[in-house]
Design a protein around this ligand. Structure first.
Ligand code: NAG
Ligand code: NAG
Length: 340
């Protein structure tokens, strides 16, 4: 643009007739530049105002917490200084807190994953809050519950003596999450909540685990109590002895339906600040847990869990009618899961 303007100025020297349009053009450019400068500073002022407004509610008391300067601008809305009504955060008052939600499906390793997270001194993950039906009766009760949780007015065993730096819950797809996806996505964005999706790639193994777990709900194999997760090798072995028989007529529809639920969820929630994890990767890749901690703005620690995996054998040893299952899935897109 400048180059063009210059060229016109040079060429105007040779002919006086073009001088008038050149002058008005220069005036025009100068005006345009002035306007641009004004506009630019104006948008900056509005941005600053918005930022103040966003944190106004949290910083209403006389203590003003400063956001650590190392937090990049685009992450600012995910950093909070909650002020619970029911207690005083005391010396932790100005420790920045990230809000998160673990979105998962039953038998996808999320119980194990949550105990890993909770082994971090600064993390408090409060379990499947929406397993209680009244809390997800309608969107109003869901939002009320979330507000109470993220105000840190929620008391569970996940409470820590340390300063909380990441606070959240675990939420299954079938616990109201996919009944009001738009409202919930809106809420998560406005509230500055980050989402960790934890899914299981091998939907066949997931299904076997669901069937075995359903069986234990009925039979209570461990001294008359049902356990969805176990803490010893002995308990794991007892539970793994049961081999479910898979109903092959509903096998493909139910695996498809699981995959569709995951896809639909990822699509509906793509506007959130999110991280997608697969159970299989968390098992195999040591860095997966470091990435989670970095995502949550935490100092990276070695995380541990007392959970013991129940089904460790190859799939053929876990299913009673394996030959039927194999024959049913062989010609389908699920054949790849057979030796997973
Ligand atoms: C974790 O908790 C400790 C002890 O309360 C605190 O000093 C530290 O600042 C916390 N870390 C983060 C990242 O908030
Ligand atoms: C069942 O109870 C007995 C006696 O209390 C105990 O020794 C055993 O370890 C228990 N078994 C399991 C699987 O919990």
């Amino acid at each position: 643009m400048v180059l063009q303007a210059k060229m016109i100025v040079y060429s105007s020297k040779s002919s006086k007739g073009t001088l008038f349009p050149v002058r008005s053009m220069l005036v025009f450019f100068i005006a345009l530049f002035g306007f641009y400068v004004c506009y630019f500073s104006f948008t900056q002022i509005t941005l600053e105002n918005e930022e103040e407004e966003m944190n106004g509610a949290e910083e209403r008391t006389n203590v003003l917490c400063k956001r650590p300067s190392e937090i990049p601008y685009e992450q600012m809305q995910y950093v909070h200084f909650p002020r619970p009504m029911s207690y005083d955060r005391g010396e932790c008052e100005c420790t920045p807190v990230r809000f998160f939600v673990i979105v998962s499906m039953q038998r996808s390793g999320s119980g194990w994953f949550e105990t890993l997270l909770n082994s971090h001194p600064n993390v408090s993950s409060n379990g499947e809050i929406f397993s209680v039906r009244e809390r997800r009766e309608d969107i109003a009760s869901i939002l009320w519950t979330l507000d109470k949780l993220y105000d840190l007015d929620w008391h569970t065993s996940a409470a820590k003596n340390e300063c909380t730096a990441a606070f959240g819950l675990k939420w299954m797809l079938n616990q109201g999450l996919m009944d009001y996806p738009d409202e919930i996505v809106d809420y998560l964005i406005k509230k500055g909540v980050m989402v960790i999706f934890l899914f299981r790639r091998n939907t066949l193994r997931r299904l076997v685990s669901v069937l075995a777990n359903d069986h234990d709900k009925k039979t209570k194999q461990l001294n008359g109590t049902h356990k969805a997760h176990v803490h010893s090798q002995e308990e794991a072995e007892i539970l793994a002895r049961f081999k479910p028989e898979v109903d092959v007529s509903s096998l493909i529809p139910s695996m498809r339906s699981a995959e569709q639920s995951m896809d639909a969820c990822l699509r509906r929630f793509r506007a959130t600040r999110r991280m997608i994890l697969y159970y299989e990767d968390v098992i195999r890749d040591d860095n997966a847990l470091s990435r989670v901690q970095e995502f949550l703005g935490l100092p990276v620690r070695r995380l541990s869990s007392r959970h013991v995996k129940i089904h460790t054998s190859p799939l053929p040893d876990l299913v009673d009618n394996w030959e039927d299952v194999r024959r049913t899935l062989k010609p389908t897109e699920f054949a790849r899961l057979l030796d997973g």
